[in-house]
Write a protein that binds this ligand. Sequence first.
Ligand code: SF4
Ligand code: SF4
Length: 82
Amino acid sequence: MAIRLGNSCLNCDNLIEGDYCKVHEINVSERHTCDSFEMKAVLKDNPDCTTCSRYEGPTCAHPQKASPGMMCSHWAPQRAQA
Ligand code: SF4
Ligand code: SF4
């Protein structure tokens, strides 16, 4: 079985401002997902510290080393931006 990032509305490209799903035209949350899920390109193409929700925060596993181009096993996707 493949191991993958959690596919939730928060990292879906179809989520727009106001936690609104442009496909289903309803408000959604991190608890939701669906078969129309599309991983945000910024997360799919550039997973590193700068796209990690822990970057420069108190839960970063390597605060002295975290930088663009680096990532570690604690990487977590950022909340999707509209
Ligand atoms: S398309 Fe599906 S996964 Fe994406 S925001 Fe809408 S409900 Fe969530
Ligand atoms: S990928 Fe690891 S080192 Fe980089 S910001 Fe996230 S937790 Fe910190």
